[in-house]
Design a protein around this ligand. Structure first.
Ligand code: URA
Length: 220
């Protein structure tokens, strides 16, 4: 769902022409974040995948479907979130005529960081959930470990409520029974962060249209 905020639209347009690192050469397009700029919660992934690169939208491939299922279980409406990635271009290598995800380097993450910072400044979310180590480390530093600190709620300069959880792609890659456990933990982390969201912003256009993220205060 595209935002209609003029500052966001300008930012998206600038990012669409980004050549700050070579990744734009192999990608179809910049995949910018999407969602209302009034969102209280921002979810940050690593980088667009094959489907995202083709469609120009974050989390519309297999990882996005798993995330959608977890969001539904946590009673969070995707339309109320701002979803974005640390890196805005798909990085891939070819194998058997398929484009396979390749991990972005620290340099590529660094080159893209100004877009993420600009998104976070504009939205000023109450809560941020980083999906996976690349997103968490880009905002918290390279020593952050999902294995050690997954789900821990922190207060950061990015948002008063900040947590990191496993990336949905890592859950899809895991074998049973880890896969089921990892999925339950993702839902648990989403529920925990939802429980810490403040009530919908009263001055926002979204608030005028009615609250859609179910918080314990207004739903249970
Ligand atoms: N993985 C990500 O990190 N982001 C997407 O948008 C899709 C898959």
């Amino acid at each position: 769902m595209p935002s209609e905020d003029p500052a966001w639209t300008a930012l998206r347009r600038q990012a669409a022409a980004c050549t700050r690192c070579p990744l734009y050469l192999g990608a179809t397009q910049t995949v910018f974040g999407e969602g209302p700029v009034t969102a209280r919660l921002v979810l940050i992934g690593e980088q667009p995948g094959d489907q995202e690169d083709r469609q120009g939208r974050p989390f519309v491939g297999p990882a996005g479907r798993l995330l959608g299922q977890a969001l539904a279980e946590a009673r969070i409406d995707r339309a109320d979130l701002y979803l974005t990635n640390v890196v805005k271009h798909f990085k891939w290598t070819e194998a058997d005529s398929r484009r396979l995800h390749a991990k972005p380097t620290r340099r590529e993450v660094g080159a893209c960081r100004l877009w993420l910072e600009a998104e976070l400044r504009l939205i000023a979310p109450a809560a941020v959930l980083a999906l996976g180590a690349t997103a968490a480390q880009s905002l918290l530093g390279p020593s952050f470990r999902i294995t050690r600190s997954r789900g821990a709620i922190m207060s950061t300069s990015w948002a008063p409520v900040f947590a990191a959880t496993r990336h949905p792609s890592a859950i899809l890659r895991a074998l049973s029974p880890d896969r089921e456990r990892f999925y339950r933990e993702l839902v648990e982390d989403l529920r925990n962060i939802r429980a810490r969201l403040p009530p919908e912003r009263v001055s926002s256009p979204a608030a005028a249209g009615g609250a859609r993220i179910s918080t314990p205060e207004n739903h249970e």
